[in-house]
Ligand binder design. Sequence first.
Ligand SMILES: [Zn+2]
Ligand SMILES: [Zn+2]
Length: 104
Amino acid sequence: MIDLDDVSGCPLDSSCICCRGTAKQGLRVCTVGSPVGVFCVTMCSACIESDELPNFAVVSAVRAVLEHCSHLGIDADQMAAAQMTAAMRQERGWPTPLRGACDD
Ligand SMILES: [Zn+2]
Ligand SMILES: [Zn+2]
């Protein structure tokens, strides 16, 4: 079973994707579910707490999903299959719009 929310292989960005803040201690990699797949973003604790979610154009979300696939060591087909499984289990609520999940 592939865990799409595994961010152990994801690089932490130097700034928050929402507010561009660079509060180093508060920055964390989170996963976001989108209609095109799950991808990872770096967010600060303030934005995480306020449920702020990044606004992605579809094309950049697709790219972000593919990048997250490479972090997980899977391909886009495996991502789609894992998403389907998760959706069937109603764990993810896909294909609803963006949802954030954070690893504490
Ligand atoms: Zn922020
Ligand atoms: Zn990633």
